[in-house]
Design a protein around this ligand. Structure first.
Ligand code: ATP
Length: 272
């Protein structure tokens, strides 16, 4: 019902509001588009090739719809490129957990977020899409506390043309770092890091380690310890996500079943 021309939106129907964040290519604003609250990401117009590639991926991804993926409404072409998505009023998951902390967010809620992200990724996997930049900073929280995966299909365009130096080392699987072998199984590795971020209430992974140290040690088999008070069953999920051998890692469907069982133990009857 948003537009007759699908993904191409009309600047006249947009009211821009406050600046709510900074992205790599420009600022993020809140706004209203035809009565719906939206977020608008602006892409500076001097990156034309980049913008063009992003439109192509958007064309591909506007058809993706799932309750745990940030909904892409379309783009506006006006002094550069504007990407319009649903507004996620509670911001990204890292800030959400850091600002509220243990006294406000309980372990059922942590598990709920973990399941939300897992369901979104299970859907992406079913569409044969690889995210490449899954991390808590790219998970956003809605007004009613639902976690949704963001930035799918956008960052991967950029990481393909750019060099290895830009990869998020602490989240990227060893085979992706070394041989650029990205797959659902490298997303699963990143998901394990994301689980660690969730259960540590938004801490930076591999605290106090340099990127080079992380690369070397992880290759030699080093893995992070369990976060404080993390249920052992959740930590063992992280550990299977961090199997050196990609095919030994579970898929998102399997992970989801395991998390559902955890949820049933912790909060009977509230699983999905
Ligand atoms: P990176 O690629 O480094 O993750 P980016 O350039 O993709 O960054 P975003 O992460 O998309 O930029 O946006 C930056 C910040 O803006 C987010 O951390 C979040 O706080 C805010 N933001 C982005 N999209 C939305 C949205 N749909 N609703 C609410 N806030 C948003």
């Amino acid at each position: 019902e948003l537009s007759k021309n699908g993904w191409l939106l009309d600047i006249e129907k947009l009211t821009l509001g406050e600046n709510i964040g900074e992205g790599e290519f420009g600022a993020v604003y809140e706004g209203v588009y035809m009565g719906q609250r939206v977020a608008v990401k602006t892409i500076k117009c001097d990156v034309t090739a980049q913008a063009f590639l992003q439109i192509l991926t958007i064309l591909k991804t506007t058809r993706l719809q799932h309750k745990n993926l940030v909904r892409l409404l379309g783009v506006i072409l006006h002094k550069g490129l504007h990407i319009v998505t649903e507004l996620m009023t509670k911001g990204n998951l890292v800030n959400f957990l850091r600002t509220r902390g243990r006294s406000v967010v309980n372990s059922v809620q942590l598990l709920r977020f973990s399941l939300d992200v897992c369901e979104g990724m299970d859907y992406l996997e079913s569409k044969k899409l690889v995210h490449r930049d899954l991390a808590a900073r790219n998970v956003l929280i809605s007004d009613d506390n639902v976690a949704k995966v963001s930035d799918f299909g956008l960052t991967k365009v950029d990481s393909k043309v750019s060099d290895k130096a830009k990869l998020p080392v602490k989240w990227t699987a060893p085979e992706a770092l070394k041989k650029e072998k990205f797959s659902t199984k490298s997303d699963v590795w990143s998901y394990g890091i994301l689980l660690w971020e969730i259960f540590s209430y938004g801490r930076q992974p591999y605290p106090k380690m340099s990127l080079q140290e992380v690369k070397d040690k992880v290759e030699q088999g080093y893995r992070m310890e369990a976060p404080e008070d993390c249920p052992p069953s959740v930590y063992s999920l992280m550990r299977v996500c961090w199997e050196q051998e990609p095919r030994k890692r579970p898929g998102f469907h399997k992970l989801r079943e395991k998390l559902d069982r955890e949820m049933e133990k912790l909060s009977p009857g509230s699983g999905s």
